[in-house]
Design a protein around this ligand. Structure first.
Ligand SMILES: *[C@@H]1O[C@H](CO)[C@@H](O)[C@H](O)[C@H]1NC(C)=O
Ligand SMILES: *[C@@H]1O[C@H](CO)[C@@H](O)[C@H](O)[C@H]1NC(C)=O
Length: 507
């Protein structure tokens, strides 16, 4: 293959960026600080357990107060994953990891916007639960509360749910290196968030992270093999558990850099754990792209020779997202410019990719480096170009898109009104204190009316491959929110709130 001329490549990229910037609606300025604030409030709407005074989703109340009690374990707290009332450990841990990463890399912008404490509280709500799940019973990691098949037979507010709250765990006989690896990553990342503000708590998190990682590594297996009836097809570990072992070791190194054992683990096991594959989606299931971006950060900072390949992999991931590079994957973008991976809950891939772009741009900048998208320096992409691509995705979410709608609930004047979410779609316990039972709730699901409660800040699954969106509660592929859609967006919004003048969208 002919190497592309550097001048041609650069010109083409600048032209493409130029066209993106001149696209209709460029004059629209978004208030990123407002979007950041709302993206965090959303997590207060997903809380399970006893809500603190001042919980900012006023239509929510306490729920799941006896979770675990019949099994003699306290599993109160944590987050409902999406529009139902199940507590799934794998996506909850991933959500917590991404919230923590958002705070670690973009916390200074959160502080400037007055949102750092709110963001930390969102991390802590997840970390508190995961710490209990990992340490309540020696030898067990609790990985789920409630059977989704039973939960989904009802359409109930969390405050009056009466479906069975089964408790599921992994142990040495029924291993789950996927969910244990992600839990270890979440605990390690969270320990960094609280290192200065609460060192005692931070140490507890780190110790639990190390023990959970050792369990994940020594007793290898996929949790969806033994817990298939409750984990699949909801949060089946489709990518297996290798990616989570790599991810967990990577986070443990970041949390504990003075102990070289985690980096050695990556050096020895990385290839066998899939680190050599080029993989282009990052989600609650598959962590490889995220692990490579972090390992590339370690390489850029300290020039560990055995991590050099991760810089190449991180570049390869990035280059697929940047228009005009040889490896740009145009087929993965809609005509309106949205990264499109899946017809179901596509926004989760948009927010994770956007986060990785911004994190990597930051690492490249701080080491005065570029992403290499061509042969021998001829296709270098700067941090600034990467940020411009990320901004395009964020702006699409907030309303600069062909449908002219904000995909964040409560942001802007046109946004999804029929979010697929039990609590938001049924009158609140404050407006309607009487119980609304299992079957009675379905009337609200199937009604064409807007939700009575606004799930502020929730980002929904998003449009189809033609940039079209149906504001329809029954269309869960498009209208369901999820904690793991929002978590990476928290960091991205903090970045734009902090780097655009007054957070209003003009650079
Ligand atoms: C580093 O961590 C490993 C794994 O947890 C542990 O076995 C080892 O004792 C630690 N080394 C030091 C020097 O703390
Ligand atoms: C960054 O790299 C460029 C190109 O190698 C070099 O000219 C410049 O001096 C570097 N700047 C810093 C701050 O290291």
């Amino acid at each position: 293959m002919e190497p592309k001329s550097s001048i041609g490549g650069l010109r083409l990229r600048l032209l493409v960026l130029h066209l993106l910037l001149l696209a209709p609606g460029f004059a629209t300025a978004f208030n990123y600080a407002d979007a950041l604030s709302k993206s965090i409030i959303f997590f207060e709407g997903q809380r399970s357990g006893k809500l603190p005074p001042g919980n900012r989703m006023p239509w929510r109340s306490h729920s799941g107060l006896s979770d675990g009690a019949q099994y003699n374990v306290d599993l109160v707290g944590g987050y409902y994953d999406a529009g139902d009332n199940v507590k799934f450990g794998l996506p909850m841990a991933f959500t917590t990891t991404m919230l923590a990463w958002s705070v670690l890399d973009f916390g200074k912008f959160m502080a400037a916007a007055g949102e750092l404490e709110n963001a930390r509280a969102a991390v802590k709500w997840g970390a508190d639960y995961l710490l209990k799940a990992a340490t309540a019973t020696p030898g067990k990691l609790y990985v789920q509360v409630a059977d989704p098949n039973q939960d989904h037979r009802c359409w109930e507010r969390p405050e009056d749910m009466d479906t069975p709250r089964g408790v599921y765990h992994v142990d040495v006989d029924k291993p789950g290196s996927d969910v244990a690896g992600e839990t270890a990553a979440a605990l390690a990342a969270s320990s960094l968030v609280f290192r200065r503000s609460d060192p005692v708590y931070s140490n507890r998190l780190l110790n639990a992270a190390v023990a959970t990682f050792e369990f994940a590594d020594r007793h290898r297996g996929a949790y969806s093999d033994t817990l298939a009836s409750v984990a699949c097809p909801f949060y089946c570990s489709y990518s297996g558990y290798h990616d989570e072992l790599l991810w967990a070791a990577t986070w443990l190194h970041r949390a504990n850099p003075s102990n070289s054992s985690f980096l050695s683990y990556v050096a020895v096991n990385g290839l066998q754990l899939g680190a050599g594959d080029d993989d282009f989606s990052f989600s609650w299931d598959d962590k490889r792209a995220g692990a490579k971006i972090l390992l590339a950060k370690f390489f850029l900072r300290k020039k560990y020779n055995n991590l050099e390949m991760y810089k190449a992999h991180a570049d390869s991931y990035l280059c697929s997202l940047v228009p005009g590079t040889a490896s740009f994957n145009a087929g993965e973008f809609t005509a309106g410019g949205l990264l499109f991976k899946s017809g179901s809950s596509n926004m989760q891939y948009v927010t994770t990719a956007t986060f990785l772009m911004l994190a990597y741009a930051k690492y490249l900048r701080s080491s005065n480096s570029t992403a290499s998208c061509g042969i021998s320096g001829e296709g270098d992409v700067s941090a600034g170009e990467i940020v411009a691509v990320a901004k395009r995705q964020v702006d699409y979410i907030l309303g600069k898109n062909p449908a002219g709608i904000s995909y964040m609930v409560g942001f802007g004047c046109k946004y999804p009104r029929r979010v697929h979410h039990r609590g938001a779609s049924i009158p609140s316990v404050r407006a309607h204190p009487g119980r609304i039972g299992c079957d009675a709730g379905f009337g609200y699901l199937h009604s064409g009316e807007p939700n009575p409660n606004v799930l502020v800040g929730a980002v929904v699954g998003g449009p189809d491959s033609r940039d079209a969106f149906a504001d329809d509660r029954g269309n869960f592929a498009q209208s369901e929110p999820a904690t793991y859609i929002n978590a990476p967006l928290v960091g991205a919004l903090a970045y734009f709130a902090g780097t655009t003048r007054s957070g209003t969208g003009r650079e």
